[in-house]
Unconditional design. Structure first.
Lengths: 293, 132
């Protein structure tokens, strides 16, 4: 049985923890709104970009000579995985979910005897992966210094990918991030960006003949556009990720605050009981002392 | 009949400009400037450093862009660019910084002709901005 003093200390410490988690929740909620806004603002760009590329790739007739970023190198030996995580912890299962998704992909690659290369963006991902996959990690990028997510950072990652592609360092490239569905649900995503997945031709609008005029020709536009598309996709992933991170943190901190509240209630009852017990004991001692006189 | 069409300029962070009352836009496409009027045929092209001029009923707006993609379709002109600013609130420091970094890039030996051409062009445009 802990003493009264111990109990009192416990209660104060839990209460102060509760204050912290509550504050973190508030901060996350404020940041979430901004991140969500940013994600929505950034959407038109990537959508339009996708549209243009779709229209372009439809009009490409010579598949053999098409840019390799679009059709791939023809091989599937070396996989490059970009794992996008947060720089901070205390956000529930956010980082763990991405890592879990990525790990199952890694295992598949390794079991198929293909070469695996990993780039981690965000320090938490690096921390979690370095124990098991240290030898595969080729680069570790973190944008801790930049306060907001900006295109400039995404472009840096994009340039690294392009550079590696031009040096023939990989054949397939996939990115891992959390897609923001709503505040409580974030879905870990795996998206292939090189070669570009053409799974969108289900909406077959062949009747709609887009007689575009191209200036200069299609190939040149495509080879100019595809590297930009990679940066755009990364940027989109980063925006989704930051909204997810804040959402996840908000839910986690909300839970923590509630748990702390329950703990305080329980501890208070225990404290009151043992205080009452002590009083009763003293009273009995006094009464029986008086009776014996 | 009106001779107006829509323009959307978006950069990765947000939608930069959206208007539905422009009658002419001049864009610095990579093979020369293109003036676009209503009912232009669908076109996709990309930009070199230069100035986008947007003419609407009431006013004329000028923007500096470094690169980007333009698409014109169904009387909507979409401009996707990662670097754009309004000439009216051009940041002098930023302009001169861009000039010097482009010039530094130019002085390297290992750049190809196309890049050299683009950089020369960029310096030219930026200098003309800083004079005004």
């Amino acid at each position: 049985m802990p003493s009264l003093d111990d109990l009192r200390k416990r209660i104060t410490s839990v209460k102060s923890t509760q204050k912290i988690t509550k504050a973190m929740k508030m901060v996350a909620a404020a940041k979430l709104r901004k991140a969500q806004e940013n994600a929505e603002k950034g959407r038109p760009y990537s959508e339009k970009m996708n549209n243009v590329i779709l229209n372009l790739s439809k009009s490409i007739t010579d598949k053999e000579n098409a840019p390799k970023l679009l059709v791939g190198t023809g091989e599937e030996k070396v996989h490059l995985c970009i794992v996008l995580t947060a720089d901070r912890g205390l956000c529930g299962g956010f980082n763990t979910n991405i890592i879990k998704k990525a790990k199952s992909y890694f295992e598949k690659i390794i079991s198929e005897n293909k070469t695996l290369k990993i780039i981690t963006v965000g320090s938490k991902g690096y921390d979690q992966l370095k124990r098991q996959y240290k030898s595969y990690i080729v680069e570790n990028i973190s944008f801790k210094e930049s306060k907001n997510i900006n295109y400039f950072d995404a472009d840096k990652v994009g340039k690294i990918i392009i550079e590696k592609f031009e040096k023939n360092e990989f054949d397939v490239c996939a990115i891992f991030y959390n897609k923001f569905k709503n505040v409580i649900t974030q879905i870990p995503q795996e998206q292939q960006i090189v070669p570009l997945n053409e799974d969108k031709d289900d909406k077959d609008d062949s009747g709609n003949d887009n007689d575009y005029e191209f200036e200069p020709d299609e190939d040149e536009i495509l080879s100019n556009l595809l590297p930009k598309n990679i940066s755009t996709q990364i940027f989109k992933a980063m925006l989704e990720n930051s909204a997810s991170e804040q959402g996840s943190r908000m839910t986690a901190m909300d839970n923590a605050t509630r748990n702390a509240g329950e703990l305080v209630d329980r501890l208070t009852i225990e404290y009151n009981r043992s205080r009452q017990a002590a009083i009763t004991k003293e009273l009995i001692e006094i009464i029986s002392g008086a009776e014996s006189l | 009949m009106s001779n107006l069409f829509n323009i959307d300029i978006v950069n990765p962070e947000q939608s930069f400009l959206s208007k539905d009352n422009v009658f002419e836009v001049v864009i610095p496409a990579v093979e020369g400037e293109i003036g676009i009027l209503k009912d232009h045929i669908p076109i996709i092209s990309f930009l070199k450093p230069g100035i986008i001029r947007v003419f609407s009923d009431s006013e004329e707006q000028n923007f500096y862009v470094e690169d980007g993609i333009v698409e014109f379709k169904d009387n909507t002109l979409s401009v996707l660019t990662s670097s754009i600013f309004d000439l009216k609130n051009a940041d002098k420091n930023f302009v001169s910084e861009s000039i010097s970094s482009a010039e530094a890039e130019l002085s390297k030996d290992n750049i190809d002709d196309q890049k050299r051409f683009l950089l020369n062009h960029k310096v030219e445009v930026l200098k003309s901005i800083s004079i005004n």
